[in-house]
Design a protein around this ligand. Structure first.
Ligand SMILES: C[S@@+](CC[C@H](N)C(=O)[O-])C[C@H]1O[C@@H](n2cnc3c(N)ncnc32)[C@H](O)[C@@H]1O
Length: 241
């Protein structure tokens, strides 16, 4: 008996929020896959990634949400990743081509990374193709018309989920530091940037590419506001551009 051909999983970065910033390749794939998967919280079935990608998904395509528990329990989270990987594997083994959509780039602080690792572990021979997306900080730099790095300069992309610690631990400060996840612990991120004494220009970009897009030049102000998940900070040294 001939074994049926398994499908392909496409991990797709759909860009930072502006539907026009989806790559042509991503658009073509979204147009032809059988199923589109996206992460959602257990509280609802909303996915911003799907909302943004919607223009590129035919009405008839099945969209399935994979809900993730909002918990700090690592076992519970890992179980959810594994179960979702199994759900996707089932479709692939059935011969379906599927997409998993995530915001920005699919391999930069993305839920897709966990899906990818789990699928590889459980079914290493399945066909997987990752399609890069424009990251939030690339879109933010464009929004500001600000070169991130030039010549011999160094760019550091940091998670701000635990505050400014990731910057403090490096004694040599890069010419450009980008903080993603600059929300819950934004006060500490601002303190860490100030402590260095080298970042002359620190700009907060909120909801880049979305209708509520905002640029905050005085980042100290950001620390006084209600944290917004969709916040990043680009910090540049004086000798940077
Ligand atoms: C889990 S990371 C996802 C990063 C994404 N994969 C990327 O390539 O940009 C989420 C963080 O990215 C940043 N982010 C993503 N989209 C953004 C946007 N449109 N405007 C500002 N920040 C954004 C925020 O710092 C947010 O807390």
């Amino acid at each position: 008996m001939i074994k049926p051909k398994t499908g392909t999983l496409y991990g797709i970065g759909i860009g930072p929020g502006d539907p026009d910033l989806i790559t042509i390749k991503a658009s073509k794939i979204l147009n032809k896959v059988d199923v589109v998967f996206a992460a959602a919280s257990t509280k609802n079935s909303y996915s911003l990634a799907v909302k943004i990608a919607k223009l590129h998904i035919p009405e008839t395509t099945l969209i399935k949400m994979l809900s993730f528990p909002m918990t700090k329990d690592i076992n519970e989270t890992e179980k959810a990743w594994e179960n979702h990987a199994l759900t996707i594997i089932k479709e692939l083994e059935f011969g379906k081509d599927v997409a998993f959509v995530t915001l920005g780039d699919c391999l930069t602080y993305s839920t897709y990374g966990y899906i990818l690792k789990n699928i590889r572990k459980i079914a290493p021979n399945l066909d997987i193709k990752s399609i890069p997306g424009i990251t939030s900080y690339q879109a933010a730099a464009s929004r500001l018309n600000m070169p991130l790095v030039e010549g011999e300069e160094t760019l550091m992309v940091v998670s701000g989920a635990k505050g400014g610690q990731n910057l403090r631990q490096f004694s040599a400060k890069p010419e450009c530091a980008v903080f993603l996840k600059a929300y819950k612990n934004i006060g500490d991120i601002i303190s860490a940037l100030n402590e260095t004494g080298v970042y002359e220009s620190c700009v907060g970009v909120l909801n880049c590419g979305k209708p509520e897009d905002e640029i905050v030049m005085a980042i100290n102000e950001l620390g006084k506001r209600k944290p917004d998940y969709w916040t990043l900070i680009i910090a540049k040294q004086k000798n940077g551009s």
